[in-house]
Write a protein that binds this ligand. Structure first.
Ligand code: NAD
Length: 344
């Protein structure tokens, strides 16, 4: 490359950009635009050699078409629905994500919720804080020993696997339902495969969802499937809000069919104040008050995870500027290969 390259960060990450400069500083100038809307990019992004983008805005066809010689757009995060990767592919611009920045963190949250619910610690803490019931373990009866109980994992990808390994350390009997992993993964990991969702749900003391939101998984956990779980079992969702019908969860908490639930993600975030789940959770008279753990889509978060997004995004930009093989390209197709040939 004859001239000095330019890497544009569209949003979220602002000065000081120490880690980006440490990785890219010898090759490129790094400019943060701190934009919250795509319209703020016009006139400032066209000559980027690589673009790093986060979650604060959507990058659509107008911006993508305006890029004059961009070699990579990195979505520093997992989801890439806020970048028009189809147009990018048509133009031969690879789009990559950073799929693993929060793998441990989400698994830790899922298992943390599983422990708090099944050990009764959340329930007891919530009751004692409002001076409810006697100062004794008996409030939470019955609590069953975790060792030997079944943790059912829906989707054994990165996060599902990390959750399985953690649950094994607690002596749990780990099973999973995932029609897309090849045979033998269960053996390699030392966990059991359930052939159907129904079989998994029927035997699980705790069910935790780690699949993506797709047309197939929308409301995978609903009134009918939750009814297949044993009475008093626990449901955890740190995947995407749409995977679980939370009104069905609310109903199951009301009847005692579910002993508790941990919900990190909702279909609409933040939820409206009148959302029935929020109202029940805030109402001391509703079973959800003591039995539901609600989080604001925070499972991914750790300071290290945020740093991973920046480091891994920058490292991929470096590969692009040097014409090296890119990682985690999500719009790979014919044109991208041609593009690679061109930059090598
Ligand atoms: P991944 O792609 O590594 O794993 C997903 C797994 O789900 C795959 O093994 C896939 O085969 C399986 N799957 C797909 N459809 C399925 C179905 N119908 N039934 C059962 N399994 C199915 O993804 P990951 O990195 O493990 O992340 C999992 C999900 O977690 C992501 O899709 C994302 O929505 C969510 N996530 C949430 C947070 C958070 O902060 N709460 C953070 C990161 C990711």
């Amino acid at each position: 490359m004859n001239r000095r390259a330019k890497v544009i960060i569209t949003d979220f990450a602002t000065e000081p950009l120490d880690c980006e400069r440490r990785i890219l500083g010898d090759l490129a100038d790094i400019i943060s635009l701190n934009a919250v809307h795509e319209s703020e990019l016009a006139g400032r992004i066209e000559d980027a050699d690589a673009v790093m983008m986060y979650h604060c805005l959507t990058v659509g066809p107008v911006t993508i078409n305006s890029l004059e010689h961009c070699r990579l757009i990195v979505r520093c995060g997992v989801g890439f629905d806020n970048v028009d990767h189809v147009t990018a592919r048509r133009l031969g611009i690879p789009v990559a994500n950073v799929p693993d920045y929060g793998t441990e963190d989400v698994a830790d949250t899922a298992l943390g919720m599983a422990l708090s619910l099944s050990r009764g610690t959340h329930f007891l803490n919530s009751r004692l804080r409002r001076s409810c019931g006697p100062w004794t373990y008996q409030q939470a009866q019955p609590v069953m020993r975790l060792r030997g109980r079944t943790l059912g994992i829906i989707g054994i990808g990165r996060i599902g696997t990390a959750t399985a390994l953690r649950a094994k350390a607690f002596g749990m009997n780990v099973a999973f339902y995932d029609p897309y992993v090849p045979d033998g993964y269960d053996k390699a990991l030392g966990v059991r495969r359930a052939d159907t969702l129904t079989a998994l749900l029927g035997e699980s003391h705790v069910v935790t969802a780690h699949c993506p939101l797709t047309p197939e998984t929308r409301h995978l956990l609903n009134r009918d499937t939750i009814a297949q779980m044993p009475r008093g079992s626990f449901l955890i969702n740190t995947s995407r809000g749409g995977v679980v019908d939370v009104l069905a969860v609310l109903e199951a908490l009301s009847t005692g069919h579910l002993g508790g639930a941990g919900i990190d993600v909702l279909e609409t975030e933040p939820p409206p104040d009148v959302h029935p789940l929020l109202q029940a959770w805030r109402d001391p008279g509703h079973p959800a008050h003591d039995r539901l753990i609600l989080n604001p889509h925070a499972a991914f978060y750790s300071e290290e995870g945020l740093m991973d997004m920046r480091i891994k995004g920058s490292e991929n930009c470096r590969r692009a500027l040097l014409g090296e093989l890119l990682r985690n390209v999500i719009n790979e197709a014919g044109p991208v290969r041609e593009f690679r040939d061109k930059v090598r």
